[in-house]
Design a protein. Structure first.
Length: 183
């Protein structure tokens, strides 16, 4: 079903949150607090291939950052090839960023401002919903398989120093994703 509907799809992107312990600094605490999760979190962009493997992880972001901004800052756009089709949900509204690289962002249609969806969109939307379930399953497996990602990460693992690009939390998430790919 997936390959038939989206033959040029290279990945499905989504963001997920990883819990962290409550920071002691008030500013950091406010920046990482998610009301709907009722927890302090880090946000990570995840790309999953059509075969269900994690192919890209952004570094973990510890402030309120939109999905659109994380795509622009993560480096995933630099990895796209001309003709790639990237599937995502409607939070990723930056089609222009993908088009500049010759790629296409495919998001589910919605009726905002319209009375009815076009026929083509009615056919694609159920397929996109199926694909979304697959990426959520993959992310769920990543977060449930390893105890270190089930529990909040200590703040000491989140801090970056000037001499390293990635915090220990970034490395932990990357190793867990690699092990998840081995199934």
């Amino acid at each position: 079903m997936f390959r038939k509907s989206f033959p040029k799809a290279s990945c499905i992107i989504d963001c997920t949150e990883v819990f962290i312990y409550r920071p002691s600094r008030l500013v950091t605490r406010a920046q990482t607090w998610l009301i709907y999760k009722k927890h302090n979190t880090l946000k990570v962009l995840v790309a999953v291939t059509p075969t269900g493997s994690i192919s890209f992880l952004s570094r973990a972001w510890g402030w309120k950052i939109s999905d659109k901004d994380i795509v622009q800052l993560s480096g995933i756009l630099d990895k796209l090839m001309h003709g790639d089709q990237i599937l995502a949900d409607r939070r990723f509204v930056n089609e222009e960023d993908f088009a500049v690289r010759g790629a296409t962002l495919v998001i589910p249609s919605f009726t905002k401002g319209r009375k009815q969806l076009p026929a083509k969109d009615l056919e694609e939307s159920p397929c996109l919903a199926y694909v979304r379930i697959e990426v959520e399953r993959c992310i769920g497996l990543l977060k449930s398989k390893y105890q270190i990602l089930k529990d909040p990460l200590p703040i000491i693992l989140v801090k970056r120093s000037d001499d390293i690009d990635f915090a220990t939390a970034d490395r932990i998430i990357c190793v867990c994703a690699s092990l998840t790919n081995r199934k």
